[in-house]
Design a protein around this ligand. Structure first.
Ligand SMILES: Cc1cc2nc3c(=O)[nH]c(=O)nc-3n(C[C@H](O)[C@H](O)[C@H](O)COP(=O)(O)O)c2cc1C
Length: 233
C-alpha cells in the first residue's frame, strides 16, 4: 500500500481559491492528495506543515552528531538528532513525496531548505564509501521506486525549464539535485505562475496546473495498480 508524505512549505497558511491571499502551492498539493484519496482512501498520508512549523536549522552539535557513526553516539547526540530521525523516518516510509512550495527569492523557502538539511543524513539516506574518493556517495533511498511530486507557485512567469527566466529559478533544480543525491529520481514538477500578475493569466495557469495534477495522479495510480498486479498473491 503506497504511503504519501505530504509537505507544505508556504508561509501562507490558507488555500488559494478558498480564502483571500491563500497559497497556490497548498492548493496544488491539497488537490493532489485529495484526488489520490478519492481513488485510494485507505492509503496512509503523513502531513507536515513546515511553512507553519519549520524544522530546526542544523547546528555545530548536529553536524558532530550526524557524522558520528551509529553505536558510538553519546546520549546528547541522540537527543540532538531526534528531530532529524523523525523526519528521516517519515521520508523512508514514503513511496510518494508531495511537496507544495513557493518560489522565494529565486530558490526554496528557508523552511524547506531546513527540511532538506535534516533529511540528507550520512548513513541514513546517503551512504559514504570512504574507500572510493572519486564517487563516495551511495543513495540509500534508491532501494525502492519512490516518486517526488514538486508543486510550485511563483509570482512571475517564464521560470519553467526552457523559459526566459529559467536561469533564475534555483528551486526545482536544487530540489532535484538533493533528492537525486539520496536516491529519489522519479520527480514530477508542476507550477502555477503569475500570482503577482493575477487576472486571466493567473486563472489560466491555475486551471492548467490543476489539470496536470489530475493527469499525474492518474498516471501514478496506474503505476501503483500495475505493480500490485505484478506482485504474487
Ligand atoms: C519573500 C518572497 C519572495 C518571493 N520571491 C519570488 C521570486 O523570486 N520569483 C517569483 O516569481 N515570485 C516570488 N515571490 C512570489 C511567490 O512566489 C508567489 O506569491 C507564490 O504564489 C507564493 O506561493 P504560495 O501561493 O504557495 O504562498 C516571492 C514572494 C515572497 C513572499
Amino acid at each position: 500500500m503506497p504511503h504519501i508524505l505530504h509537505i507544505d512549505a508556504s508561509a501562507r497558511p490558507g488555500i488559494a481559491g478558498r480564502i483571500e491571499h491563500g497559497s497556490h502551492s497548498r492548493n496544488l498539493s491539497q488537490f493532489f492528495v485529495s484526488q489520490w484519496q478519492a481513488s485510494r482512501p485507505a492509503d496512509p498520508v503523513t502531513y507536515r506543515d513546515i511553512g507553519q512549523n519549520p524544522p530546526s536549522f542544523i547546528t555545530h552539535d548536529w553536524i558532530a552528531s550526524s557524522f558520528t557513526p551509529d553505536g558510538q553516539r553519546e546520549p546528547w547526540m541522540l537527543d540532538t538528532l531526534a528531530e532529524s530521525e523523525q523526519l528521516v523516518a517519515e521520508l523512508i516510509a514514503a513511496d510518494i513525496l508531495v511537496i507544495g512550495t513557493p518560489l522565494y527569492n529565486f530558490g526554496m523557502p528557508a523552511a524547506l531548505k531546513a527540511w532538506v538539511d535534516q533529511v540528507v543524513r550520512p548513513g541514513r539516506t546517503v551512504g559514504i564509501d570512504e574507500t572510493n574518493p572519486i564517487e563516495p556517495y551511495i543513495p540509500l533511498l534508491a532501494d525502492r521506486p519512490r516518486h517526488a511530486v514538486i508543486l510550485t507557485a511563483r509570482g512571475g512567469v517564464g521560470f519553467e525549464a526552457g523559459g526566459q527566466m529559467a536561469h533564475m529559478n534555483h528551486l526545482e533544480p536544487s530540489l532535484l539535485t538533493a533528492l537525486g543525491f539520496i536516491g529519489i529520481t522519479r520527480v514530477h514538477c508542476i507550477a502555477v505562475e503569475g500570482q503577482e500578475v493575477g487576472g486571466e493569466l493567473l486563472a489560466t495557469s491555475v486551471t492548467e496546473a490543476l489539470r496536470k495534477v489530475n493527469v499525474l495522479v492518474d498516471s501514478l495510480l496506474a503505476t501503483v495498480e500495475a505493480v500490485a498486479l505484478a506482485e504474487p498473491a
